[in-house]
Ligand binder design. Structure first.
Ligand SMILES: [Zn+2]
Length: 711
């Protein structure tokens, strides 16, 4: 890698994928924002100059479609959601240095300026292309106004994205069998002149870029297929009113495609931050502009580490292609700094199934807080439950387990018992030097924290403090200070002195994950000011000589509470499902990775098959032995299934709908004599039966053993 470790001399910008201004936030949405907040706080703790920015994505067809349904302007509609997001993030201690939106003046101007630069550099050309058109509505059908089949994988695809199949970005005119979402009629393709960004001219650059890119491995590997294959140029205009106008006179009736102005908001938001705090505090141009680009040869690695800032994008894995192909190409073409790293998070499921906003199958962000839970508990859960790129399952019961065992049992327990001991016997920090053993252990925790940040592992950074608390508990247990207070007061003072120092180190290292709780600890330690302003070295400074009686920082969650919460969720889902039979309201939310359209059952097939034809199918009971995700495939999982006579490897499209770790031991039904197939380079020998878009896995009611024939 050509990048030096954090902290560097450069300004860093940490960004979070823009939430789309189209619905309410549930806790699954918070994963990347919590990750970004922890990452930026951690960088600052390491001494890295950092700006943490994001903003709402206001444009695009889903906003236009939903605004029309509500009878309001797209701007009104999007602003309402924007304001809601802006208010919600701080309630989870997600504190952006700047949170703007894509429709504001800064972003409108900067977007048009960047497009003009791309034009001037020769990266933009015009081409006539087929664009979907609805003759009845007399309207062009950009993006989400058209649905059909993906030309690459055949899955049902919506507008510019194959969101239920291969996940590819789709260009206008690519969808097969297009249908208008306005009227439900088949759409026509009509020729129309549009602007194109010549991404293919930058293919060689992108191939070098991807080798330099740091972050999670999915973001480094997934784009290779696109970058090394035939790279398509990218249509950057749409026939719409809602969006940023194409600059110049020609763009009268064209707006820029939403994926042009959305990532530019990362720069605009940083610029707004500088405008507010001054360039001495944070200089957006030093961070984003590639000072060396005109002076040195293209592709020189040395230059890239010397000029510009360290840009880290934190996103959901469904938008990797945008951030590793189109976006760096745009930045390069317009003379801006390329991203140093892209961290792409896995999806999040609820009780092993996808969140569904239209079915109210979600734990809403507001709801979580209204239930009286501290935001730091959820931050901890989301950040440390699995690696950043792994899928994470949320259930109230798992949440309870982790809060009770790790936050209450390990961290809270250590802090409370050691501080209470210190308060009762010494009214604060005993007068002694920290032992070598403990100093070395704190150093180890700092190394672990720093390595976590440099490995782009929020989990590792977050766990450093928890492991330190674990050590603290062992240390107390081993030294038994309660026995020493009378026999050997000096030895007791030593042990407690050590423990108080560990407590302070925990405050410094755990504050990025739990800023609210660690501020409370900071105050319990008698420290002034904000724990936000600390740096790693403060972990070695002695806390004040006196402090008051501590209070427990974390509270146990009772089993009854979990039952109550589960019942509430189930009742709500059931209620929404019965309602949706009557009303046809579509509360669909674009930010959802899962598809959650209302169920529209297909009619029963007219053609009957004979019993003999049915008997051709060899359907068996199986039992899942192992399940793992397949790299690069959003939905596919590789299953090992015991079918009595043998073990089979089967690929099934269930990855994001199920908690893979929990599947082992599940009885399943498979078609054993289906032709073998290869999916993402993995052989599938049989087919798993599952119902519907949610891939509800078929299982047995009784205790049929693996191998039993289904007839
Ligand atoms: Zn596809």
């Amino acid at each position: 890698m050509s990048h030096e470790d954090f902290p560097t001399e450069n300004p860093a910008v940490v960004t979070c994928g823009l939430p789309y201004a189209n619905g309410d936030l549930h806790i699954g949405h918070l994963r990347t924002y919590v990750g970004g907040d922890i990452y930026s706080r951690s960088l600052r703790t390491l001494g890295q100059q950092t700006a943490f920015v994001s903003g709402s994505d206001m444009h695009g067809t889903p906003v236009a479609v939903n605004a029309e349904k509500e009878g309001v302007t797209p701007e009104e509609f999007a602003l309402r959601h924007h304001e809601k997001y802006e208010a919600t993030f701080p309630r989870f201690n997600i504190e952006f240095d700047n949170y703007g939106h894509t429709h504001d003046e800064t972003n409108t101007e900067l977007t048009q300026e960047i497009v003009r630069t791309l034009e001037a550099e020769g990266y933009v050309y015009e081409k006539e292309i087929p664009v979907a058109y609805d003759p009845e509505a007399d309207q062009w059908l950009p993006d989400r106004f058209v649905e059909g089949a993906c030309p690459y994988c055949g899955a049902h695809a919506r507008g510019d994205e194959c969101d239920e199949g291969c996940g590819r970005h789709l260009e206008p005119g690519e969808i097969e069998e297009p249908t208008s979402t306005l009227t439900g009629n088949p759409a026509e393709y009509r020729e129309r002149e549009h602007k194109f960004f010549a991404v293919s001219d930058l293919q060689e650059y992108l191939q070098e870029f991807i080798d330099r890119l740091e972050g999670t491995s999915n973001a480094q590997n997934q784009p290779r297929e696109w970058i090394e294959g035939e790279l398509q140029d990218w249509c950057i205009t749409r026939d719409m009113d809602w969006g940023i106008d194409y600059p110049g006179d020609e763009g009268d009736d064209l707006v820029l495609y939403v994926w042009v102005d959305a990532p530019i908001e990362y720069i605009s938001s940083t610029k707004q931050y500088t405008e507010r705090v001054g360039a001495d505090t944070f200089d957006w141009e030093a961070a984003w502009k590639d000072a060396g680009v005109s002076e040195s040869d293209a592709g020189s690695e040395a230059r890239r580490t010397e000029s510009g800032g360290d840009i880290v994008h934190i996103i959901g894995r469904d938008i990797i292609q945008h951030h590793t192909v189109f976006w760096p190409a745009m930045l390069r073409g317009a003379g801006y700094v390329e991203p140093r790293a892209v961290m792409a998070s896995g999806f999040i499921t609820l009780n092993g199934k996808g969140f569904s906003t239209s079915r109210n199958r979600a734990v809403w962000a507001d709801e979580y807080l209204d239930e009286g839970f501290h935001p730091d508990l959820l931050r901890y859960y989301l950040a440390t439950n699995g690696g950043f790129q792994q899928d994470v399952d949320f259930s109230w019961s798992k949440f309870k387990d982790r809060v009770n065992s790790e936050l209450v049992g390990t961290v809270g327990n250590f802090l409370y018992r050691s501080m209470l001991f210190a308060y009762r016997n010494f009214e604060g920090t005993p007068d002694a030097d920290v032992s070598e053993e403990v100093e070395a252990r704190i150093e180890e925790a700092i190394d672990e924290f720093e390595a976590g940040i440099n490995d782009y592992s929020v989990r590792q950074a977050g766990n450093a403090a928890v492991r330190l608390a674990q050590f603290g508990n062992e240390y107390i247990q081993r030294n038994e200070p309660w026995k020493l207070t009378d026999e050997d007061p000096e030895a007791a003072a030593q042990v407690i002195r050590d423990c108080v120092q560990i407590a302070k180190a925990i405050a410094v290292l755990f504050f990025p994950v739990a800023p609210g709780k660690m501020q409370a600890l900071w105050e319990q330690l008698g420290e002034d000011g904000s724990v936000t302003d600390t740096a790693v070295d403060d972990a070695f400074e002695a806390p004040p000589a006196s402090f008051g009686e501590p209070e427990a920082l974390f509270e146990k969650i009772e089993d009854e509470r979990v039952e109550e919460l589960n019942e509430k969720l189930e009742a709500r889902v059931a209620e929404t499902e019965s309602e949706s039979d009557e009303s046809d309201e579509d509360a669909e939310n674009d930010m959802d990775a899962d598809s959650d359209a209302d169920i529209d059952f297909e009619p029963i097939a007219d053609d009957r098959i004979s019993f003999e034809e049915f008997q051709d199918l060899d359907i068996r009971v199986g039992e899942i032995v192992a399940a793992e995700g397949i790299d690069g495939a959003d939905k596919l999982a590789k299953l090992t299934v015991d079918i009595g006579v043998e073990e089979r490897q089967i690929v099934a499209g269930i990855k994001q709908l199920h908690d893979l770790d929990a599947l082992s031991g599940t009885k399943v039904i498979i078609v054993a004599n289906l032709e073998k197939a290869e999916l993402f380079g993995v052989e599938s020998n049989g087919m798993l039966l599952a119902a519907g878009d949610e891939a509800d896995i078929l299982t047995t009611h009784g205790d049929a053993v693996p191998g039993t024939k289904v007839q």
